[in-house]
Design a protein around this ligand. Structure first.
Ligand code: PGA
Length: 245
């Protein structure tokens, strides 16, 4: 891979308690002595309840912290159970995942995602914007059309390219053990970059230390969004090491 920086983003989803934060010590120690540390950006996105304690734990670390979603309004309001981007920034988050397919499945529309991205940027957060097609759409050869629509509507009237990372996560690959062929991935990333400009594009979906080698030939890839395998520090470190070997 020829990219200047590689992102390794850990998406913990609805897993983890205060005790799981102890495992970060290993990753912190690893990155501090890693030869490629200047090229490696590690971001942990725990559940909201762990953002503050995680930030405290990682105070003198190279590892950054992000959230997994936010409300579309950056202002305060009567929205029971919601957390806005301003609050996330306030407790130390620097990033936020928006548009994850697990949230799209429960009713998040492209329009809502666009509002969330705008609100996050306004609050000074960097956005990890997820897109991806379902298996049915892939079978119907609609992948590019679906991604194009998600990108067009999600990024509507947004000019800030520097603070948005695009994460291509095919829905069928998340947690399934399946990953796209390298040639498919290369073509999709190329399509996104050519049509939407100079965004950093990451891949997510069943990335682990066993299949990481398959992604090495994809030289337009800027990193990974990792779910299951990111919760085990050893596996996560292994993925990072193998990416550069
Ligand atoms: P996975 O999840 O690595 O467990 O497939 C990725 C994600 O949902 O971001």
């Amino acid at each position: 891979m020829t990219n200047k920086y590689m992102y390794f983003i850990a998406n913990w989803k609805m897993f983890g308690g205060l005790n799981t934060l102890n495992s970060l010590h290993k990753v912190d120690k690893f990155i501090k002595i890693f030869k490629k540390k200047k090229l490696t950006k590690i971001i942990y996105c725990p559940p909201s309840t762990l953002i503050r304690p995680m930030c405290k734990k990682l105070k003198n670390s190279l590892i950054k912290v992000g959230a997994q979603n936010c409300h579309e309004k950056d202002d305060y309001g009567a929205f029971t159970g919601s957390i806005n981007s301003r609050m996330l920034k306030n407790v130390g988050a620097e990033f936020v995942i928006i548009g994850h397919s697990e949230n799209r499945l429960t009713g998040e529309t492209n329009k809502l995602i666009n509002l969330k991205i705008k609100s996050a940027l306004k609050s000074g957060l960097k956005v990890i914007f997820c897109i991806g097609e379902s298996l049915k759409e892939k079978r119907k050869k609609m992948t590019k059309k679906v991604l194009d629509n998600q990108l067009k509507l999600g990024l509507y009237k947004i000019k800030d390219k520097k603070n948005i990372l695009i994460a291509y996560e095919p829905v069928w690959s998340i947690g399934s053990g399946l990953v796209p062929k390298s040639t498919e991935l290369l073509t999709i990333i190329d399509f996104i970059k050519k049509k939407y400009g100079n965004y950093k594009v990451l891949y997510g979906g069943s990335v682990n230390s066993k299949n990481i080698n398959q992604f090495k030939s994809i030289d337009n890839l800027n990193g990974f969004l990792i779910g299951g395998a990111s919760r085990d520090s050893n596996k996560f470190i292994d993925i990072i090491k193998k990416t550069y070997n």
